[in-house]
Design a protein around this ligand. Structure first.
Ligand code: 5GP
Length: 177
C-alpha cells in the first residue's frame, strides 16, 4: 500500500500535533457548553477518534453520512445517506469533517441542521482545499490548508481504498490512470 503513495502531505506525527492543538482550542471554546460532535462518515473516522480524545469535555458523539464523490471527482450533488436520530434543539453542534473541497457537502448538512434549531453549528476539518470551492464556505477550525490535489489516507479513500493509511498522501498517477 505504501508503494502506491507519491508523496506524504501530512505525517502521523503532524496529524497528532494538529489533533492536540485543535483539541485544546475546542476544549477552551466549549468549556461552558454541552458539546455534540457529529462526524461525517466515512472519512471522519480516524480524525474524530483522535481529536475527541484531545477534547477534555464530556461530549456526545453521533454520525451522519453524505455523499457526492465518485472516484476522484465530486458530483456536486449532495445526498444525505444517514441522518442523526437525536434532537439537537438548543445544543452546540460541532461537525467533524476530513476535508473541505467544493464546500457543497457542509453547506447542505448545515442547512439541514439549521432547520432543527441547534444553538450553534460549527465545523472542524482536518484539511481544507480553498481553491476547490464552488460555494463560499469557511470552516471554524482547520488542521491544515492544502493545494487542490487529491489526497488519500487517514480516513480518506480512492474508490473505498487507502482509508487505513496512517498518514495523508498523494497517490501515484499510475494508480488512477
Ligand atoms: P466537498 O463537498 O467539500 O467538495 O467535499 C467533501 C467531501 O469530498 C469530503 O468529505 C471527502 O469525502 C471528499 N473529498 C474532497 N476532497 C477529497 C480528496 O482530496 N480526497 C478524498 N479522498 N476525498 C475528498
Amino acid at each position: 500500500m505504501h508503494n502506491d503513495i507519491e508523496k506524504v502531505l501530512l505525517s502521523e506525527k503532524e496529524i497528532q500535533e494538529i489533533c492536540c492543538n485543535l483539541g485544546s482550542r475546542i476544549t477552551d471554546d466549549y468549556k461552558d457548553k454541552s458539546l455534540i460532535l457529529i462526524g461525517l462518515l466515512k472519512g471522519c473516522n480516524p480524525f474524530l477518534s483522535d481529536l475527541s480524545k484531545r477534547i477534555n469535555l464530556p461530549l456526545e458523539i453521533y454520525y451522519m453520512k453524505a455523499s457526492s464523490y465518485k472516484g476522484r471527482e465530486s458530483s456536486g450533488n449532495v445526498k444525505i445517506d444517514l441522518d442523526i436520530d437525536i434532537d439537537i434543539k438548543d445544543k452546540d453542534v460541532l461537525l467533524v469533517e476530513d476535508i473541505v473541497d467544493t464546500g457543497s457537502t457542509l453547506t447542505k448538512v448545515i442547512s439541514l441542521l439549521k432547520m432543527r434549531k441547534a444553538s450553534s453549528i460549527k465545523v472542524v476539518s482536518l484539511l481544507d482545499k480553498p481553491e476547490g470551492r464552488l460555494v463560499p464556505f469557511e470552516a471554524d477550525y482547520v488542521g491544515k490548508t492544502i493545494p487542490k490535489v487529491f489526497v488519500v489516507g487517514y480516513g480518506l479513500d480512492f474508490n473505498e481504498r487507502y482509508r487505513n493509511l496512517p498518514y495523508i498522501g498523494i497517490l501515484k498517477k499510475a494508480i488512477y490512470i
